[in-house]
Design a binder for this molecule. Structure first.
Ligand SMILES: [Zn+2]
Length: 493
């Protein structure tokens, strides 16, 4: 029995000013065949799980590429083709394969390919034939396409946002595919289109209850697996938007009915799952007159995890102008400023131009007189069961305001992005992070409150204003009721 495994991911924000080239993968995760044995990267977690589980069940494990790039703009066509061809060449060289498991993001767009994962899966299925089992794990922020679903035997997505269940879902997928390969089940996949753009935070009600009900229904009455695909709104591609996946044991009608019911439930909950974010002035006011305890504020509009630059200065400039104190803010992607600080050394005082370098969506740079409090070379932060590289990283002080700058673009995932410098979150009244939700897993347990802030930026949460002419059907909240405009959608997955 032969098991083939590979991992390929990036999340493409088609509005991002940053192109995704080869170095974006090499800087983050790019291992040709041994990530399961050598990498601590969170995206390689499923590869570690599949090797362990596969070998325990007596499979010969053939491991291919593991590659991940920080979310940004479209991937260069030649880079995407090289990544795809690397996996397909490994598959060709593997000989007959019984089962293939793929860890894919599902929102990768190349210059000439709006559905990279669909094309990869189509090519894999064409090579393996109809009998092989092809299992696919997706980030819930994917664009689920008909091409992906029709090529896969089983497809599922992370259930949690923040993504704390990447390895759990990898184990689910292994078991589902292993059972199908052994003939114990006959998975059938159906998809329902929610026709919605949004952000759903799974620790919060009513989303928490929805996810828990979905999980509780799995493994019973013929239902094998259920996923709520949130979708990734910042991409002008045909299948952008939220969807439900239902996998049942041989019952296509049950799969379709279950997916439709869950999609209807998400649609019905839309007013309760829509949140009002703080504006810039309200966030600055909170930093100036902080409530008791520790407040963590998330700058969701400049989230590198959604393809933003992570160097925007709209909030920073306002905090500086207002004279905010006992306030920590980061992580600003600014390799030039970090390099200058590295050369100046710990304790140095200097004038530094910070952020605002990537595009007008990041605002203008902010000039500050800073003191270098601490430096870390090749820093890492925690994400889920793995690690995320930050590059060289520096903690600065400017008139009572503390800032963390780093050389390798990443969102702020975890408090250790800050506390590795020897500071504690409780040293501050307000702590700002450039992240939309992943920070929540580590920061929320330490904070008295978590507040989400929406300002200008390439990941602005103003979904109603997104320009998505390629979307193949009307979507809420761009329109109030997409089902009233286009009640019958032909060819829906
Ligand atoms: Zn995601």
């Amino acid at each position: 029995m032969k098991l083939f495994i590979a991992a390929l991911g990036t999340e493409t924000n088609t509005f991002s000013p940053i192109p995704t080239g080869r170095s974006a993968f090499e800087d983050d995760l790019y291992l040709l065949s041994d990530a399961s044995r050598t990498s601590r990267h969170w995206f390689a977690g499923p590869m570690r799980e599949w090797r362990r589980l596969g070998e325990a069940e007596g499979y010969e494990v053939v491991e291919s590429l593991s590659a991940f790039a920080q979310p940004a703009g479209p991937t260069r066509q030649d880079v995407w083709e090289e990544l795809r061809d690397r996996i397909l060449a490994d598959l060709d060289a593997a000989g007959p394969v019984d089962m293939a498991l793929l860890q894919l993001h599902g929102a990768m767009v190349a210059d000439g390919e709006p559905d990279c994962e669909g094309e990869l899966l189509r090519a894999i299925r064409a090579r393996l034939g109809p009998e092989a089992i092809v299992g696919v794990e997706l980030d819930l922020h994917c664009h689920l396409t008909d091409r992906m679903v029709s090529a896969a035997s089983v497809v599922l997505a992370y259930k949690e946002y923040p993504h704390i269940d990447v390895d759990d879902r990898a184990r689910d997928l292994f078991q589902l595919c292993h059972d199908a390969r052994a003939g114990r089940t006959r998975p059938v996949v159906a998809v329902a289109d929610c026709r919605m753009l949004g952000v759903w935070r799974t620790p919060q009600e009513p989303v928490r209850g929805f996810v828990d009900r979905m999980s509780a229904a799995e493994g019973k009455d013929g239902v094998l697996s259920l996923s709520f695909v949130h979708g990734f709104p910042w991409a002008d591609v045909p299948e952008v938007g939220a969807k439900i996946i239902a996998v049942t044991d041989g019952d296509a009608h049950l799969a379709r009915r279950t997916a439709s019911h869950l999609a209807e439930e998400i649609w019905t909950l839309r007013d309760r799952t829509t949140e009002r974010l703080l504006g810039l002035d309200e966030a600055v006011q909170m930093a100036l007159s902080p409530p008791d305890g520790l407040t963590v504020l998330a700058d969701v509009s400049d989230n590198a995890g959604a393809g933003s630059a992570s160097d925007s200065t709209f909030l920073l400039r306002a905090l500086v102008n207002a004279g905010a104190r006992r306030c920590l803010t980061g992580c600003y992607w600014d390799p030039v400023a970090v390099r200058i600080c590295m050369d100046a050394g710990e304790g140095a005082r200097l004038s530094l131009r910070i952020g605002g370098k990537t595009s007008p969506m990041s605002g203008d740079p902010v000039d500050l007189h800073v003191r270098v409090l601490a430096l870390r070379r090749d820093a890492f932060q925690t994400f889920g069961n793995g690690k995320q590289a930050m590059g060289d990283t520096v903690l600065l002080e400017a008139d009572g305001l503390h800032l963390v700058l780093n050389a390798l673009r990443t969102q702020t995932f975890h408090p250790d992005a800050y506390t590795q410098f020897g500071v504690a979150l409780r040293d501050y009244d307000t702590v700002f992070v450039k992240s939309a939700q992943h920070f929540n897993a580590g920061f929320a347990p330490e904070a008295d409150r978590v507040v989400y802030v929406g300002v200008e930026g390439s990941a602005s949460p103003d979904f109603a204003s997104l320009h998505l002419p390629s979307a193949a059907r009307p979507l809420w909240p761009i329109v109030d009721n997409p089902f009233a405009i286009d009640p019958i959608r032909q060819g829906a997955a």
